[in-house]
Write a protein that binds this ligand. Sequence first.
Ligand SMILES: *Cc1c(COP(=O)(O)O)cnc(C)c1O
Length: 423
Amino acid sequence: MSTPKLGLDYAMAQDQDDTLAAYRSQFHIPKDKDGNTLIYMTGNSLGLQPKSTKAHVNQELEDWAQLGVEGHFEAKTPWLDYHEALTQTMATVVGAKPIEVVVMNTLTANLHFMMASFYKPTKQRYKILIESDAFPSDKYAVESQLRHHGYNPKEGLILWQPEKGEELLNYNTLKKLLEKEGDTIALMLIGGVNYYTGQFLDLKRITTLGHSYGCVVGFDCAHGAGNVKLNLHDSGADFAAWCTYKYLNSGPGSLAGCFVHERHAYRKDLNRFAGWWSHNKQTRFNMRDEFDQLPGAEGWQLSNPPILSMAAIKASLNIFENVGMEALQKKSRQLTGYFEFLLKDLGEDTIRIITPENPEERGCQLSIQVKQADKTLHKKLTAAGVISDWREPDVIRCAPVPLYNSFTDIYHLVSRLKTILNA
Ligand SMILES: *Cc1c(COP(=O)(O)O)cnc(C)c1O
């Protein structure tokens, strides 16, 4: 990318040169009540709907109408093994092998199922380490796991905190924590990309460190999947889970992804909760056989899955398959770099970017602290047609998504912010 410039013509020229620009037209971009297209910056919360989703969902409704139960075998994509049609692309998106990935359940549910297998507290080693600013649902989940096993969360939960006066996490602090308490920690469960700061942590480094102290290491990749290259297999992590309604654009409450490292694929000693969908596919419908566990991540499935939700995931993953994470990352870095450039021009007295400056340590999101601001700023931005996210006391989170946000989006966002701040 050439050195960014402040004017609108620069943004327009960037859009002209953008090889992914055409993808924007494959999405429904929300409009205000007068029909003006909004500047949508909350793909980190709910990704936009691909125009192809409707046809995919309709196909399943049609097959159900025409075929009834026979759709399990006769549907265009037979329902019986529908999830398999998602596995390869999902594995590529998160940097894993197909045997390591399955689409099932919802995110927090998957975290619990993973903990049922991977959180095995003993008298000596029972604590759980999370980052201090973990997403609330994750914190509630691990606290309830501690209680479930008879431990007091106040005592069993260890927080990895930023250094005093800082927001970002640092690996030396983690190392010190592990040196001190590592032999009592059973599990580390960390958000791969922090939802608040946008910091993309080094999964491999954390895993290697955790394993060297004998801890199991899992990641919540809700803000990573479809946003950054996670390389889950190479990270060595024991497990991971992520939702598909944020950067993976699969619709509100859609099913989640789950990763279990290949080295656990054939382990019989791991205790798993089971259902008929964790049973050997060849004999699943004999119904009277002894339980025969499927290997790999698929073996953690319980139920036959909701096909309408999977159809939406399939529509979205087709787009990811066409674009590829490499091209997506390239544009993402340009877009967010441009955003950062324009924000910095507002001056350090006005704003401070909390998110790391190094592109390797972030995805598309920037978390922006606006000095002397309160929630009225967010209201004004919304009234000006910018959909962003506000965190008390003074932080706006914006996620320019390379699939559907443009350089001109960014230009207009910052110029509207500037107008509001100068008023
Ligand atoms: C979005 C998000 C969740 C939401 O959990 P659901 O089970 O999908 O409702 C949980 N954890 C993190 C880190 C998230 O970003």
